[in-house]
Every structure is written in C-alpha cells, then in structure tokens.
Design a protein around this ligand. Structure first.
Ligand code: HEM
Length: 154
C-alpha cells in the first residue's frame, strides 16, 4: 500500500475516532443534565439515565483507542515532522489533560455520586455540580484540540 493511501486511511480512522469520542461526550452531557433535572423528583427514572451513561462510556473508550492508535500511525507515517511543531506539542498536552480530567475528575465524581445517592443528598449535589463543570471542560478541550489540529499554528 502506498504512503498516501495509508495516510488517508489513518486520517479516516482518526476522524471516526474523533466523531465517536466528541459525539459520545456531547450525548453523555445531555443525558447527565437530564439526570440532574430528574434527580430530586424522579429518583428511579434518573438512575436509568446513569445506567445509559455507563453503556455510552464503552463507545468513548473505542473512540479514544481509535484516536490514539491512528494518531500514532499518522505521526510515524509523516516521519515525526509534527512532533517538533508547537501546535502538536500543545495538542498532546491537551490530550493528556483530557485523559487526566476523565480519570481524576470524571470517574471519581461519578463514583462519589453513585455511592452517595441514597445516603447523602448534599454530597450528591456537590458531585452533580462538579460533573457539569467536568463535561464543559472536556468539550472545551476537544474544541481547542480540533482547532489546533486543523490550523496547525507553527
Ligand atoms: C482527543 C484527541 C484528538 C483529536 C480530537 C484529534 C483531532 C485531529 C484533527 C481534527 C486532525 C486534522 C485532520 C486533518 O488535517 O484533516 C488531526 C490530525 C492529526 N492528529 Fe490528531 N487528534 C487527537 C489525538 C491525536 C493523538 C493522540 C495523536 C498522536 C499520538 C494525533 C496525531 C495527529 C497527527 C500527526 C495529525 C496530522 C495529520 C496530517 O495532517 O497529516 N492526534 N487530529
């Protein structure tokens, strides 16, 4: 397979990964906001939304794996030229921030929410507020990463 076709195929995979990850994050955010609205008044219905979010996180993982594998392939196939460019270095830092925010804030607050739901309403409300901020930060990071990747400022 020639280099151009490999590059194009990797780019297609990269963009599919991007669509899966960003799309799933937006759907999770909307689902979470609906959960937060129902939390006080219709606890049982709101719990089924948390279950849906757990299912969605599988898609998020697939998107992340596709992005990282195809991104590494793109980097290798282009001879590592991007690795020396500032936009790419900032992009990788932001990708790292995205991952760290996901594990250190998102997963932790979700666990806190699940553990406190039937016991401590104050703690649940706290976790809900933090999770709303978490989703906004993730979407902001995605937007900046896409912006940097397209404009490739050097
Ligand atoms: C959330 C994570 C990521 C997002 C949203 C993202 C998004 C994008 C977008 C929108 C492009 C532009 C495609 C085009 O020029 O048509 C791109 C290009 C690129 N990405 Fe990513 N990317 C991500 C992660 C990664 C990672 C982890 C790597 C490397 C390890 C990587 C390596 C590259 C490279 C090398 C290009 C340039 C390809 C080229 O122009 O030939 N990306 N990315």
């Amino acid at each position: 397979m020639n280099t151009l076709i490999s590059l194009q195929l990797l780019l297609v995979l990269h963009l599919i990964g991007l669509a899966l990850m960003v799309g799933t994050t937006v759907v999770e955010y909307i689902t979470f906001k609906t959960f937060a609205k129902l939390f006080d008044t219709e606890r049982e219905r709101s719990c089924s939304l948390l279950y849906l979010m757990k299912k969605l996180s599988v898609l998020l993982g697939i998107g992340a794996a596709l992005l990282i594998i195809s991104g590494s392939g793109l980097l290798i196939i282009t001879g590592g030229v991007f690795a020396h460019q500032v936009w790419f270095q900032i992009k990788l830092l932001l990708v790292l921030a995205l991952i760290l925010n996901g594990f250190m804030v998102g997963s932790r607050q979700e666990a806190k929410l699940k553990n406190s739901m039937d016991i401590d309403v104050m703690q649940s409300m706290n976790a809900i507020r933090n999770l709303k901020i978490f989703y906004l930060v993730q979407m902001g990071l995605f937007f900046t990463i896409i912006f940097l990747s397209v404009f490739k400022f050097s």
